[in-house]
Write a new protein. Sequence first.
Length: 281
Amino acid sequence: MPEPGEATELRSALLSLRRTSGLPVVFGGLLSDARHARIAELSGAQTPALRGLVISAGSGLGGKAIALSRPCAVTDYPSSRHISHEYDTAVAAEGLRSVVAVPVVVRRTVRGVLYGALREPLTLGDRTFDAVASSARDVEQALAVRDEVQHLLASTRERITDPGTGPGTWEGVREAHRELRALAPKIVDPVLREELLAVCGRLASAAGPERGPSAGPVRLAPREVDVIACVASGATNAAAAGRLGLRPETVKSYLRSAMRKLGAHTRLEAVVAARRAGLLP
């Protein structure tokens, strides 16, 4: 079953699609199992006919896109001979004619389907296809990040309760913290993002080998912590920029600001000070 937070990514992509493509109606849903998607998000619809509609793989236009794992389109839905017509009643109630359906594919697995539609039987151009495909990629990337976050959260919960004392174990905690911090800005769902940051805070507050009585109330901005975490792993400014989706100049600015707040003169001093202040594990 799709997680409730996943609807956030889908809704955001559909709203963006309607703005950028000019399509009057866009809608979509995520798969509840390997063969069924439920239309849960709509923008521009004039009736509730499509909401909650369950699309089966191979049935209708969206089902065809799911089964083939590729975009499909029709110029006039009611009269098309290239699709089955199980959903004609709902489509007719909304007055849709020209429709495109694009599957959301994450690691070769179809996870959902996005639609764009006109109420006239007009041929959809390449620009429209590209817009729908781009929105599908946005959802794919968001779901891939969500999957990675869930995997990391699951693997770090045990480390929080029993981080161990060996250097190898502790370096694993630090690596998990860095990866989670880097993923946080990419999360659209606020609930999942807060959960992720809460886990990061618990990792950072765990008793580490360099934590000492000199810990102080130093406050760094979230991105400053992200940069220091990358620096702690040995990353250069360029490498940190790549991980965090920032420009190297921006990373340098965050690092300089963090060093000033920490009273550090070198990158190593900044990392040590951040750990003593409980900002890094």
